[in-house]
Design a protein around this ligand. Sequence first.
Ligand SMILES: [Zn+2]
Length: 103
Amino acid sequence: MGKLSTYWSPTQYQQFESVLNEQRRLLTLELQAALLTDRAIDREITRLRMHLKAAEQALDRLRRGVFGICTDCGEDIDAPQLRTWAAASRCGSCEHRSDMITV
Ligand SMILES: [Zn+2]
């Protein structure tokens, strides 16, 4: 069993959930619009799809009670990081590490 984060209150989880649901709604609309334009840019569509997937996965983690926990190392993701990007799946140091690998 992974540990459950005690970082956030139930109210804050609800706020994250509505932020993520709204993000998912907007990203879906953006993606639909991007796919309809004849000057659709592949890179932009890929970015929207990735963000949409990230939002969906974060909602799934919320449902499973593991939201806000780094999927790589299991540590709590920093609060400011989650407030900026609620769909973040990795803590700062893991994110940094994966950036260095992919670059
Ligand atoms: Zn981590």
